[in-house]
Design a protein around this ligand. Structure first.
Ligand code: HEC
Ligand code: HEC
Ligand code: HEC
Ligand code: HEC
Length: 181
């Protein structure tokens, strides 16, 4: 629920005024895939993640590049997770993200898993500044739990947490789930 509210906030901030008109693409998606109605796929985030002005994820881009032809992109694997878009949609998984929820990424980790809330970092913690984390030599705009990003993470994430003057976690267990529990 917390995430839903945050998404609604991001939407109003960035897309106010166009929301009603753009519901059209979502409606076309649901007519194409009626079983997706009411699921995690029945939101703007299937194609726009994060939900900020004009930002399409790779599934959205592939769709756009194929003139919004849903069938034409079914065989593609937009998020490079080894499952074709069609397979993911029928399995109620996001075709544009390897994550199960496009706003939150879960890194499995020997030190203790890290849950990273992308939506709230964009919406409230960094006020939409993508360059805080995405630059040429930092994080790719692609969630991939199989690639180890420890050096970037400790550099980018910890540096901001140490210097931004909030309670943002700086101790190991603040980010890495405590294995002693
Ligand atoms: C099934 C995929 C999909 C869904 C779901 C979707 N969109 Fe889009 N949206 C697109 C694509 C693809 C484009 C780019 C279209 C183009 O450039 O021709 C786009 C374009 C847009 C634009 C830019 C408008 C413009 O004229 O350039 C806005 C704003 C937008 N969408 C908002 C939303 C909102 C808000 C939602 C949820 C209510 C939503 N979209 C749901 C795929 C989607
Ligand atoms: C506080 C850090 C941070 C900020 C700010 C941030 N991102 Fe990210 N983003 C990440 C991390 C970490 C990942 C996952 C990278 C990985 O797995 O290597 C990611 C992944 C992504 C992905 C891939 C999503 C998926 O489901 O595969 C997209 C797209 C993205 N970011 C776009 C953006 C955009 C656009 C902005 C600005 C509006 C933004 N990010 C701001 C840290 C951030
Ligand atoms: C530009 C600054 C900045 C960057 C970069 C950043 N964070 Fe944060 N983070 C924050 C702030 C601010 C808070 C919340 C503090 C508050 O609410 O007062 C926070 C909170 C958190 C929390 C606490 C739980 C939550 O989501 O509220 C976790 C866990 C976290 N960040 C992980 C990460 C990880 C992992 C990265 C790198 C991928 C990262 N952060 C990058 C600023 C940042
Ligand atoms: C701000 C959040 C944050 C803090 C604080 C933090 N880490 Fe991390 N750490 C991460 C992230 C994110 C990753 C990368 C996850 C991935 O690539 O799967 C990571 C990766 C690691 C890894 C690699 C684990 C593996 O599976 O190979 C180790 C070890 C590690 N951290 C140790 C520590 C230690 C020790 C501390 C405390 C001194 C610490 N971390 C503090 C976010 C944090």
């Amino acid at each position: 629920m917390k995430f839903l509210i945050q998404r609604a906030v991001v939407l109003t901030v960035f897309l106010s005024g166009t929301t009603f008109a753009m519901k059209g693409v979502q409606n076309r998606f649901i007519s194409q895939y009626p079983d997706a109605a009411g699921t995690e796929l029945d939101t703007c985030e299937t194609c726009h993640s994060p939900v900020v002005k004009d930002f399409l994820n790779q599934y959205g881009l592939d769709l756009r590049n194929n003139n919004m032809n849903f069938l034409a992109v079914e065989k593609m694997d937009s998020d490079r997770d080894g499952m074709a878009n069609g397979e993911e949609i029928f399995g109620k998984l996001l075709p544009g993200s390897q994550s199960k929820s496009s706003g939150v990424f879960y890194f499995t980790n020997r030190m203790g898993n890290v849950t990273f809330d992308h939506d709230s970092h964009i919406d409230t913690y960094t006020r939409g500044l993508c360059v805080s984390c995405h630059q040429e030599f930092t994080f790719p705009k692609f969630f991939d739990d199989k690639t180890l990003v420890m050096d970037t993470a400790h550099d980018v994430c910890k540096t901001c947490h140490e210097t931004n003057g909030t309670w943002a976690p700086t101790d190991c267990v603040g980010c890495h789930e405590d294995k002693r529990e």
